[in-house]
Design a protein around this ligand. Structure first.
Ligand SMILES: [Zn+2]
Ligand SMILES: [Zn+2]
Length: 374
């Protein structure tokens, strides 16, 4: 069971970890910032000012263009205006990243680079995630749906990085987050669905999984992972059939394919019979099952690095062609199907219920109320 913070307004996101920053330039984009260190408040800065933050003798050094403020163990940049955002200029490519709200800079215990944490209002974070995960082209109704899913996912996994001192990282390990979104529509979608999450019949946050395209039929959760979740059931989906990721194909030499089948118990005799290497899935099957051969399709997907586990195998002489449908694990929401539904005028509630069975949408505040009651 996942535990929920009762007031979930701010979250701590570990950012730019893989950049291994030892220096960067801080520059307020919107609003004024107060800077605090372990000794208390250091100063206020506004839009026109820039600061250089760098690692010096394993401390955090702060300098402006004309002044050296010294070195510290931790530094907090706190936005003090109604709307606050800041820029970080990366030293190695001069790229500028923009984030909303606050920035915490810490020293790692073992690494010789900074730990950066974006302390941010959850709805600001969610809109950043939505744009990072799906881009700006989907219809507005889809953004609302994705915002609810990303919010549910974030809160369900809120303690993933507790040991490291923050809640979630900015990689796909948690959810991709590249900072402040450019799209106003995405920001509105996140605010409009403010506080809404998806819960199951026990009022626990659901595992809100999604992927690009199901190829016409979604998967039951236990076919892909060990967990059997009642709301992640296989459904037929005709909405995604003509989208970008609806079909794929891959050619494998017959020798390789036969060797693979042999590794999985297929005898020489079985291989010499007609159509021995072919297979046609009826709907979404769990196993490539033929004579003595039984291989989970998810394993074949992994072994051959395939886009999905939903495919037929056709014999074409010297090689076999895997003709596949969909892209991704297939459990939960099919993004391309959901985007199509949004384009056709379905609202986000209908779309959610189409892919997640018997779930409820609830506001975080009432969730806290229910949890307190039981
Ligand atoms: Zn993570
Ligand atoms: Zn689909």
């Amino acid at each position: 069971m996942s535990f929920l913070p009762v007031r979930a307004e701010m979250v701590n996101i570990g950012i730019l970890h893989t950049s291994k920053l030892t220096s960067f330039v801080f520059h307020p984009e919107e609003g004024n910032y107060s800077i605090f260190t372990e000794h208390g408040k250091l100063m206020d800065i506004d839009k026109g000012e820039i600061l250089e933050v760098s690692l010096k003798n394993n401390q955090i050094s702060i300098k402006s263009l004309d002044k050296d403020y010294g070195t510290f163990k931790k530094v907090r940049f706190i936005g003090i205006s109604g709307t606050n955002s800041f820029k970080i200029k990366l030293p190695y490519n001069n790229k500028i990243k923009v984030y909303e709200d606050n920035l915490f800079v810490n020293l790692h215990n073992y690494y010789n680079y900074f730990q950066l944490i974006n302390n941010i209002e959850i709805d600001h974070y969610i809109s950043g995630v939505v744009e990072s995960e799906v881009g700006r082209s989907p219809p507005p109704e889809y953004f609302k749906l994705q915002a609810i899913i990303c919010r549910t996912y974030a809160l369900k996994n809120i303690d993933r990085h507790t040991a490291e001192g923050f809640s979630l990282c900015d990689k796909v390990h948690c959810q991709a987050y590249h900072g402040k979104p450019k799209s106003l529509l995405i920001r509105e979608a996140s605010l409009e669905t403010n506080g809404i999450v998806i819960v199951d019949s026990d009022i626990n946050l659901i595992t809100a999984t999604f992927y690009s395209n199901c190829g016409g039929v979604t998967a039951n959760s236990e076919e892909v992972w060990r967990q059997d979740l009642y709301y992640l059931r296989s459904v037929r989906d005709t909405f995604c059939l003509n989208e970008n990721n609806s079909v794929w194909s891959k050619t494998i030499s017959k020798t390789n394919w036969e060797a693979y089948l042999k590794q999985h118990n297929c005898s020489e005799d079985a291989l010499s019979s007609e159509c021995s290497v072919e297979y046609f899935q009826n709907g979404r099957e769990q196993f490539y099952w033929k004579d003595d051969v039984k291989i989970p399709f998810v394993k074949i997907r992994q072994d051959f690095n395939l886009k999905s586990a939903l495919f037929d195998v056709e014999d074409e002489g010297s090689h076999v062609t895997l003709k596949g449908r969909g892209f991704g694990h297939g459990v939960g929401l099919c993004q391309e199907g959901a985007m199509r539904m949004a384009k056709l005028g379905y609202n986000y509630i209908d779309i959610l219920h189409y892919y997640y069975e018997d779930v409820h949408m609830i506001n975080l505040e009432s969730l806290a109320f229910f949890k307190a009651d039981f």
